[in-house]
Design a protein around this ligand. Structure first.
Ligand code: BES
Ligand code: MN
Ligand code: ZN
Length: 503
């Protein structure tokens, strides 16, 4: 998809297949405030409004076919709901509605007409939200469809249309940024959508290597099992034992900041398939466990976007990648593993494997003397029980870092909620015969998992994000079509964009 910013002279140059116009519920704005369109179209909008066939209700749509001076084949009206309830995130979902309506009409090029003043948003935010919403809402994963491929349609060109020329440079910049971020989200979604037989740890590693080759100030290093053994990453290797597929420890770095500037380390869980291991999961929905590498994929997407955007920060992405399978040499309940930190772990349940591979990755993160460590993981079903499908759980040890992440969440609409990590949870992860155990039973499962992780983090500001809910959606949700959401990418990019802001 290509994005272009134009003024309303575009209609005189080219025939436009579809123009989306966004309207609030209530009073129709005065003539000049309805963006771009010509007189004939304006008349049509006034007519449908007068007849109450379109009232601007939230995400309501209507299609109009104007005949007149400007060459516009279709107008897609999208309702924004009540003005007082409006937000940038509603703009994203409205953009998705416009895009999806255009797609259903098999339109190849779509223009979204914006008037930031009328929307009550800054030009940057109005542009970012409409472009991000439209592109993310148009995502389709069709790689494995071979039949009737000619019926698969795509919107190939997106115009952002504005009336006032003086805003064009500003809007262009915002649109370019949005486009780059969307490309990273698509990259992450594609990795998560791919089946586990295609997206193995080796393939993930190759993706990270390819990305680093194409971008400045980037480097990817891949540690093999022998390297991990030398480093003492026996918790990770313990999980990998049950699988024939080689495990990889992927290090993807972007150095956009000063030489001395300590990096932000992002750690992403990457189980390219989680069967549960010897503590085997039930068959129902086990297929969805191909998405248990969503944290790792989000880290790869975020680091690549940071490089594309030339953000002035140093970032290290660490992605422990393996399968969790019940092979003949698999780790068994009761086994004890000595992690890279030297601490021993009793494996009570082989299905609590994410925290095992993260234990070694978090210990490894200390090597970079980081400014902050943030891990992102589809870690616990308990987090879904606590917060539902749409919200990630946040736990951590550093209030400043948590505040920064909350701000990025508000800016991007990637919802999160903090769960407590009080001291009383810490005793629960102690084992009778080893230092710690990897499972403590059902109560507070999302929190006890975080308490376990905290044992392996050095003296660095640290936050853990549990994305078990939002990483894989079973229903369409605004600008996130069902399936892989790419959650975390936009949150991280925003956090890193804000990084040098003083508190
Ligand atoms: N990958 C799963 C968590 C998960 C469940 C993610 C559902 C997305 C949807 C994780 O490895 C797991 O199996 N966790 C166990 C932990 C338990 C054994 C302590 C869980 O949540 O049941
Ligand atoms: Mn598991
Ligand atoms: Zn898992």
């Amino acid at each position: 998809m290509q994005v272009k910013v134009e003024n309303n002279q575009l209609f005189l140059k080219e025939s436009i297949e579809a123009v989306a116009i966004f309207l609030f519920e209530g009073k129709l704005p005065a003539e000049g405030m309805i963006p771009v369109i010509g007189k004939a179209a304006n008349g049509l909008i006034r007519q449908i409004w007068k007849q109450n066939d379109f009232e601007g209700k939230l995400y309501q749509t209507a299609i109009l076919y104007p005949r007149g001076d400007a060459d516009i084949q279709r107008i897609i009206l999208v309702g924004l709901g009540k003005r007082e309830d409006f937000s940038a995130d509603k703009m994203r979902s409205a953009g998705a509605k416009a895009g999806q309506t255009a797609l259903s009409l098999k339109v190849k090029s779509l223009a979204v007409a914006l008037e930031a003043g009328e929307l009550g948003l800054s030009w940057e935010i109005a542009t970012e939200a409409s472009v991000v919403g439209t592109i993310l809402g148009l995502y389709q994963f069709t790689d494995f469809k071979t039949l009737d491929r000619e019926t698969i349609s795509e919107v190939e060109l997106l115009y952002v249309l504005i009336q006032d020329n003086k805003n064009i440079p500003l809007v262009k910049k915002a649109a370019e940024r949005a486009e780059k971020i969307c490309r990273a989200v698509y990259l992450t979604r594609n990795m998560v959508s791919a089946p586990a037989n295609e997206m193995t740890p080796s393939v993930m590693a190759r993706e990270a290597l390819t990305i680093a080759k194409g971008l400045k100030k980037m480097k990817t290093t891949v540690l093999e099992a022998a390297d991990m053994k030398r480093l003492g990453m026996n918790a990770l290797l313990g999980v990998a034992r049950g699988s024939e597929e080689p495990s990889k420890f992927i290090i993807i770095e972007y150095r956009g900041g000063g030489k001395e500037q300590p990096p932000v380390v992002l750690v992403g869980k990457a189980l390219t398939f989680d069967s549960g291991g010897i503590s085997l999961k039930p068959a129902e929905k086990m297929d969805e466990m191909k998405s248990d590498m969503a944290g790792g994929a989000a880290v790869i997407g975020a680091v690549s976007a940071a490089a594309e955007l030339h953000l002035p920060v140093n970032i290290v992405g660490l992605i422990p990648a393996t399968e969790n399978l019940p092979g003949g040499r698999a780790c068994k309940p009761g086994d004890i593993l000595k992690s890279m930190s030297g601490k021993t772990i009793e494996v009570i349940n082989t299905d609590a494997e994410g925290r095992l591979i993260l234990a070694d990755a978090l210990a490894y993160a200390g090597r970079f003397k980081p400014a902050a460590i943030i891990d992102i993981a589809t870690l616990t079903g308990a987090c879904i029980v606590a917060l539902g499908d749409h919200v990630m759980g946040m736990m951590g040890t550093d209030d400043n870092l948590k505040t920064r992440i909350k701000k990025a969440s508000e800016q991007t609409g990637e919802l999160l909620w903090e769960l407590p990590l009080w001291e009383n949870y810490q005793d629960l992860v102690k084992s009778d015969i080893a230092d710690y155990k990897n499972s403590t039973g059902r109560p507070g499962g999302a929190i006890t998992a975080a308490a376990f992780l905290s044992k392996f983090v050095g003296p660095y500001p640290w936050v853990h994000l549990d994305i078990a809910g939002p990483a894989w959606l079973t229903k369409d949700q605004g600008y996130n079509p069902k399936g892989a959401s790419g959650v975390g990418v936009r949150l991280f990019v925003q956090l890193l964009t804000n990084w040098s802001d003083v508190d």
